[in-house]
Design a binder for this molecule. Structure first.
Ligand SMILES: *Cc1c(COP(=O)(O)O)cnc(C)c1O
Length: 405
């Protein structure tokens, strides 16, 4: 076997150009650190876009994966599979849900949720009750149905005709929702905190009103917790802190701690509309993915760990506040738990990418949430020392961007 060394240039030679990856090639990770091909050390506050929930190569996840790898990799849903059922038991014991459908990604979990909402309305009312209401700036994935429900038109431009029966209204705007919801609405779908759309939390009033309007119009409430779930906000799921319960909830990203898996959770009554043959996935419920996710849930369900997420939030938010006060660069720090956004002041809107690049040069990996917001989604078990080191690097990076003006 010959193998050609690969670098950033290789990407352009062999990959579809739908991504524009940075030049660094991380080759190894441990905890909140990554090392690139040159052996450079980075502190990782991006976590593979809110995925590496317990950092890189968490020893208990590595062990769970190895144990399962020695036992059984794949079965398909033609047979009953232990890791999938054990994970479904965990999820139903710890949430409102009574039934689970497994997929392999967030988009697939949402695809299942939207199809189920339509099917449930079809079964109980009729085909005219098929409209889905979603929010502007929301993100629900990249399949044709999920970009159509998502509230960012750029993701569906050029892919039309898009599926119909979908309406978008501004987030946190109760009157706008009231104006469009009707007996034809089968579901309203929301992120408890807009993630890709800029780390914008739903207000308490809006959260309650959405639930009430859904109840009044016999529409299902779908929570897309793909980014907010699995302890990210300091609760196992964000809804648990919001005084409302959704009818369908989707999870992915952190659920597998870096192993691909998605899940749709719902009640037994709603689940009944996905009768035999109504939906499916070859890989959904894959034993490797479910074994790892089961271990993630074991670890994350610990109340002490969840409480510590709130403490770490304060450590980071306080530092961001201090840096913002000193350098006059942030308009607002927001978010919950370890899903934190720092919106740049208007003069720097559109330029979040410059700060990411400067941070990278300092050995710090962060994300943006749209062009105006720096986003931080570190591991839930990131050591305090890594937080302080990361914030010092961020401060230097921002100073350099400002000095280069
Ligand atoms: C990331 C994300 C998705 C899509 O997940 P994929 O695994 O990329 O398909 C959907 N909804 C939200 C809220 C997300 O953050």
């Amino acid at each position: 076997m010959t193998s050609t060394p690969v670098n950033r240039q290789t990407f352009d030679e062999v990959m579809v150009p739908n991504y524009a990856p940075q030049a660094i090639v991380p080759v190894r990770g441990l905890g909140s650190h990554l090392w690139d091909q040159e052996g450079r050390d980075y502190i990782d506050l991006a976590g593979g876009i809110a995925v590496n929930l317990l950092g890189h190569c968490h020893p208990q996840l590595v062990q769970a994966l190895k144990d399962q790898a020695d036992t059984l990799w794949h079965l398909s849903n033609v047979y009953t599979n232990e890791p999938a059922l054990a994970l479904a038991q965990q999820l139903t014991q710890q949430t409102f849900a009574e039934r689970v459908f497994f997929a392999n990604s967030g988009a697939e979990a949402n695809e299942a949720a939207f199809k189920l909402a339509r099917k449930y309305a079809y079964d109980h009312v009729g085909p005219q009750k098929h409209e889905i209401i979603a929010f502007e700036q929301s993100f629900h994935g990249r399949t044709l149905f999920t970009v159509s429900v998502g509230g960012q038109p750029k993701y569906r431009q050029g892919f039309e005709p898009a599926p119909g029966g979908i309406t978008h209204v501004p987030y946190n705007d109760i009157e706008a929702l009231r104006a469009v919801i009707s007996e034809r609405t089968c579901a309203v779908v929301m992120e408890p905190i807009l993630g890709e759309g800029g780390i914008i939390p739903a207000t308490a009033e809006f959260t309650r009103a959405v639930r009430e309007l859904c109840d009044q119009h016999n529409a299902l409430l779908i929570y897309d917790e793909i980014q907010t779930g699995i302890g990210r906000t300091g609760k196992l799921f964000a809804y648990m802190d919001m005084g409302v319960t959704p009818d369908i909830l989707t999870s992915a990203k952190g659920l597998g701690g870096g192993f691909p898996i998605g899940a749709m959770l719902t009640t037994a009554e709603i689940a009944a509309s996905f009768g035999f043959g109504a939906h499916g996935s070859t890989f959904g419920g894959n034993p490797l993915a479910c074994a790892v996710a089961g271990k993630v849930l074991d670890i994350v369900s610990d109340p002490a760990l969840l409480a510590d997420v709130g403490r770490k939030h304060a450590l980071i938010a306080d530092q961001l506040q201090r840096i913002g006060d000193k350098l006059g660069i942030f308009k607002q720090i927001r978010g919950a738990g370890l899903l934190i956004g720092a919106e740049l002041i208007d003069a720097w809107h559109g330029k979040a990418g410059e700060f990411l690049a400067a941070a990278r040069a300092q050995g710090l990996l962060i994300l943006m949430a749209g062009p105006n917001v720096l986003r931080f989604t570190p591991s839930l078990v990131i050591p305090d020392e890594d937080i302080s080191a990361a914030m010092a690097k961020l401060e230097t990076a921002i100073e350099q961007v400002l000095a280069a003006q």
